[in-house]
Write a protein that binds this ligand. Structure first.
Ligand SMILES: O=P(O)(O)OC[C@H]1O[C@H](OP(=O)(O)OP(=O)(O)O)[C@H](O)[C@@H]1O
Ligand SMILES: O=c1cc[nH]c(=O)[nH]1
Ligand SMILES: [Mg+2]
Length: 210
């Protein structure tokens, strides 16, 4: 697999993914699982954040210790399904700002249609992590990153839960500078553009609009 692609095969993530895929998992549990998986993936995707030394006093003595070195993050969920990942990542990085990009996939053409975009004003000073549970054809992820690049962020990473091989290929070709983090790369896309075996329609399962 391409060095730009990171598969997060931690046992806790893989365990939760099994219940996420199960068609008998209801919306409440599905939402909780998406949030938990996003939190665990964020832990891994921020592993290389630089640290700097600071001095504090414990109740016992002064000590030198570490904090994250002034790097500013922004999370950008792709509406709707990416919203399900926001709470989980904010639990890990509460000071991050949150932008939103609204895209839906036209059911006939499978082409993404943009309907909303609101990014933090200082996004050019931030490292961005884009959130969307599904990378299917890759069209939505590719367009979201193209939109964000116009605002010149310091860097962009893309975090999805399940990707199709077709989406990974298209995304890495379109944005070779953007690291892609996923919990699983599945088998293929079906004739309707759904990931097989996948988990169905992530947005519908999160928001109960099936
Ligand atoms: O890689 P692609 O082929 O573009 O497909 C992936 C997109 O499809 C889903 O969104 P959807 O269009 O269902 O919108 P929703 O989140 O509002 O349900 C998913 O959340 C991605 O954004
Ligand atoms: O399998 C898929 C493909 C696109 N969007 C989804 O929510 N699921
Ligand atoms: Mg959907």
């Amino acid at each position: 697999m391409n060095k730009q692609v990171f598969i997060m095969d931690h046992p806790l993530i893989q365990h939760k993914l099994t219940f996420l895929r199960d068609k008998n998992t209801g919306s409440k549990e599905f939402r909780e699982l998406v949030g938990e998986i996003a939190m665990l993936m964020c832990y891994e995707a921020t592993r290389d954040l630089p640290l700097e030394e600071t001095t504090i006093e414990t109740p016992i003595s002064k000590t030198k210790t570490k904090v994250i070195a002034g790097r500013k993050l922004a999370f950008v969920p792709i509406l709707r399904a990416g919203l399900g990942m926001v709470d989980g990542v904010l639990r890990m990085v509460p000071a991050a700002k949150v932008g939103h990009i609204g895209l839906y996939r036209d059911h006939e053409t499978l082409q993404p249609v943009e309907y909303y975009s609101k990014l933090p004003l200082d996004i050019n000073e931030r490292e961005v992590i884009v959130l969307d549970p599904m990378l299917a054809t890759g069209g939505s992820g590719i367009d979201a990153v193209t939109i964000i690049k116009r605002s010149n962020p310091k860097s962009i990473r893309f975090m999805c839960i399940i990707a199709a091989p077709e989406g990974v290929k298209a995304f890495t070709a379109a944005h070779p500078d953007v690291e892609l983090y996923c919990a699983a790369v599945d088998d293929h896309l079906n004739e309707n553009g759904y990931i097989v075996p996948g988990l169905g329609d992530a947005g519908d399962r999160i928001f109960g609009t099936l």
